[in-house]
Design a protein around this ligand. Structure first.
Ligand code: RAM
Length: 401
């Protein structure tokens, strides 16, 4: 994606009176799906380059469409309203924690989608990235009588009782970003397939390490469903093919999605493992903290994982002066939007969360979405594919989210 295209996109978004990041989310998703194949061939820079030019074409046309006028948005919204149903209620989002820019982008998207449909959004941040703090917030939302709750869960099982209580009170429940047990929610809004994310990360470790040596994982909290699923997928992938056999995972450390703890954990890894080659951090908070530690120290240890382009711009580069050659993510604004449209469709009974159901999701590029089953038999809606950020595109994407 050319810088010029981003400026057109941002100008158009501003002209439409929208926030820059939200306004450009159509283009962002479009690029992400065009680049789908590049996630599994992250190391193959020539094929990634070809795909990135096709992603430019897709982005360029989306940007032009966005530039045309807000009337296009209106048409899309009204057709979504027809099939998703009327949104005259109150729809709540419970992110994992406050103060995390990823969660804030997610909340921006949720708020925008609910408002576009005529509903009232409520974003209730827990005091900390724990299940207990989320239980307190969810209990309060139940007392307020909201129509739906979308939660990015800090624990796969600990929210079970409170979510059942919400369901008993007639509140529609879904998850996004980080799931709970299937019985405790109608459906999971999943940013990208667990397997695809695990594969992209494992291949990045293989590539960046040169095929052998020690690597560590710097995760979020030890109970986070999403990070644990991605780490399990990485381990399974590593065990399933000989090409990973010379890699040694020395430790999974937890920075609890807190910048200071993530910084301390990175320093501890460097001290404990002098031969460490790569740190993989599947959390935007962890990767940003680790990137700073490694770069400030001029460490030879390299970094990859899942990061927000706006936070990682100064650390992405191919040379010794940069700590992270490349990383992955998806559009957090679009993930929030998907949860907003899903919440409304569930509250209206347009969908129940069963496999095969299809529903409109406003201006999201992948709309209409179809509910599918994951390998555990639980239902989910996949937003798209993990998208690779490297020196060729980081500047541009840093302006978007
Ligand atoms: C952090 C959070 C979030 C995760 C991203 C990649 O912001 O842990 O749940 O999806 O990283």
């Amino acid at each position: 994606m050319k810088r010029q295209v981003v400026s057109v996109m941002l100008t158009a978004a501003m002209a439409a009176g929208m926030m820059a990041g939200c306004g450009s989310s159509t283009a962002a998703t479009s690029s992400a799906s065009s680049a789908a194949a590049s996630s599994s061939t992250a190391a193959a820079s020539s094929s990634a380059a070809e795909e990135s030019s096709s992603s430019e074409a897709a982005t360029s046309s989306s940007a032009t469409e966005t530039a045309e006028a807000s009337s296009a948005e209106e048409v899309k919204s009204s057709s979504a309203a027809a099939s998703t149903g009327k949104a005259d209620g109150t729809y709540a989002l419970v992110p994992k924690s406050a103060g995390n820019p990823f969660n804030e982008r997610e909340a921006d998207g949720f708020t925008e989608a609910v408002k576009a449909m005529g509903g009232t959004p409520v974003v209730s941040y827990p005091d900390s990235a724990t299940a207990d703090a989320q239980i307190t917030v969810i209990q309060s939302l139940i007392s307020q009588g909201v129509d739906s709750i979308a939660v990015a869960a800090n624990d796969a099982n600990a929210l079970s009782a409170v979510l059942q209580q919400a369901k008993d009170a007639g509140i529609a429940v879904c998850t996004l970003d980080s799931d709970v047990a299937a019985a405790d929610r109608a459906v999971f809004c999943n940013q990208a397939g667990v397997q695809e994310i695990g594969q992209a990360l494992m291949d990045a470790v293989l590539d960046i390490s040169g095929g052998e040596g020690q690597y560590a994982i710097l995760s979020a909290t030890s109970q986070a469903t999403n990070q644990n699923a991605w780490i399990d997928a990485m381990k399974q992938i590593a065990a399933s093919d000989d090409k990973y056999s010379k890699l040694e995972l020395v430790e999974v450390a937890y920075g609890d999605d807190e910048p200071q703890k993530s910084t301390d954990q990175t320093q501890a890894l460097l001290t404990k493992y002098p031969d460490l080659k790569v740190i993989c951090s599947p959390t935007t908070v962890g990767i940003a903290a680790a990137a700073k530690v490694l770069q400030d120290q001029g460490s030879s240890v390299k970094l990859t994982g899942l990061g927000l382009p706006s936070e990682m711009k100064e650390y992405i580069g191919d040379d010794d002066a940069h700590s992270c050659p490349y990383m992955f993510l998806w559009n957090p604004i679009d993930l929030g939007k998907l949860a907003g449209y899903t919440s409304i469709a569930l509250a209206n009974g347009t969908i129940t969360g069963a496999e095969g159901e299809t529903f409109e999701a406003g201006d999201l590029e992948g709309s209409p979405y179809t509910i599918t089953k994951n390998s555990d038999g639980a239902t989910e809606i996949i937003l798209g594919q993990p998208f690779k950020f490297d020196p060729s595109n980081i500047e541009e994407w840093a302006q978007v989210y």
